[in-house]
Design a protein around this ligand. Structure first.
Ligand code: DHB
Ligand code: FE
Length: 321
């Protein structure tokens, strides 16, 4: 049986991608941002997921005002980077996982979440920047370390889905993953945010207090977050702060009680407050695998998770939080 072992929240600021692509990571402005992800990259190398579901939003790259799916699941074998105006980012084509993706589509649609199935799709910074932050810079000739299932959410044109709907979709995704017969260790990303507003009289708005309270509740009391109305996101976190509803899909796919193993917050990158969190399901839920009566991969899965925790705790105790 497949399992969701952890959730990762990360901002997806496009300028972070440009800093990576133009080798500016050592400049003090950018080093402040990237240093917060060094431990996360070690955690990712240790935990070695078999597949990642990445909840993100398309920024008029794959879709336009011609077509606005609320939830669009990528079932293709691969997803090339989109041309976002300066050509496609020099990152690898993301390999998909069509078998698991189509299984998820069937399961959640039969559970009455009418998502759009996308058999051909390009992906933009909304997905590639968080992947870089967690996996490092990878040349276009290389490969992302795991297959990726993109789930694009409309947070660009009114009306976006509610936080509650997102949270419930996360639960349906978890149920879908857990009914997949192969023993896969799955992580789920929630991306975007945190507070930011890109245009209009309030351009540049950042609300650290609200962001931090969102992260606290994401960890401890996510149901409280599901009651936040769109207007509150707009008022408190800026027009683009609504991207944060995507983190609730990730959170809905996890246990009610999770271990927050890492958190990082810095202001700003470009116009945006950068937030990052790693939440793990209880260790007992990870990697246990019975094949022909024998436990395979279970102990390997557990020790990977233990190693990942060790590296992250070493870092967290140095006080990045
Ligand atoms: C910025 C942030 C985003 O999330 C985005 O999609 C575009 C721009 C910014 O901070 O400039
Ligand atoms: Fe965005």
């Amino acid at each position: 049986m497949a399992k969701i072992i952890a959730g990762i929240g990360s901002s997806h600021v496009p300028a972070i991608g440009a800093a990576i692509d133009n080798n500016k990571m050592e400049e003090p402005y950018w080093k402040r941002v990237f240093s917060g992800f060094e431990r996360s990259q070690q955690w990712m190398r240790d935990i070695k997921p078999d597949v990642a579901i990445v909840v993100y939003n398309d920024h008029a790259s794959a879709f336009s005002t011609d077509l606005i799916p609320t939830f669009a699941l990528g079932t293709a074998t691969e997803f090339p980077p989109a041309d976002e105006g300066w050509g496609p980012r020099p990152v690898p084509v993301a390999k998909g996982h069509p078998q698991l993706a189509t299984h998820i589509a069937q399961s959640v649609i039969l559970d009455e979440f009418d998502l759009t199935v996308v058999n051909k799709m390009e992906i933009d910074h909304g997905l590639t920047v968080p992947l870089n932050l967690l996996c490092g810079k990878i040349p276009p000739t290389g490969q992302w370390p795991f297959p990726i299932i993109p789930l694009a959410v409309n947070v660009v044109m009114y009306p976006p889905p509610t936080g509650h709907r997102c949270f419930m979709l996360g639960k349906a995704i978890r149920k879908a993953v857990e009914s997949y017969p192969e023993n896969l260790r799955v992580v789920i990303f929630g991306t975007g945010g945190l507070s930011h507003q890109i245009s209009g009289p309030r351009a540049g708005l950042i609300n650290s207090k609200w962001d931090k309270s969102f992260l606290d509740n994401l960890s401890k009391d996510p149901k409280k977050l599901t009651r936040i109305p769109h207007l509150e996101y707009m008022r408190e976190a800026g027009a683009e702060g609504i991207e944060m509803v995507m983190w609730l899909i990730m959170r809905g796919a996890l246990d009610d009680k999770v271990d927050e193993v890492y958190r990082f917050y810095t202001v700003p990158a470009s116009n945006t407050a950068v937030g990052h969190i790693i939440l793990e399901n209880a260790r007992k839920a990870s990697g246990t695998r019975k094949v022909a009566g024998k436990s395979k991969r279970g102990s390997a899965g557990k020790s990977r998770q233990a190693a990942a925790r060790k590296s992250i705790h070493r870092i967290a105790s140095k006080g990045t939080r």
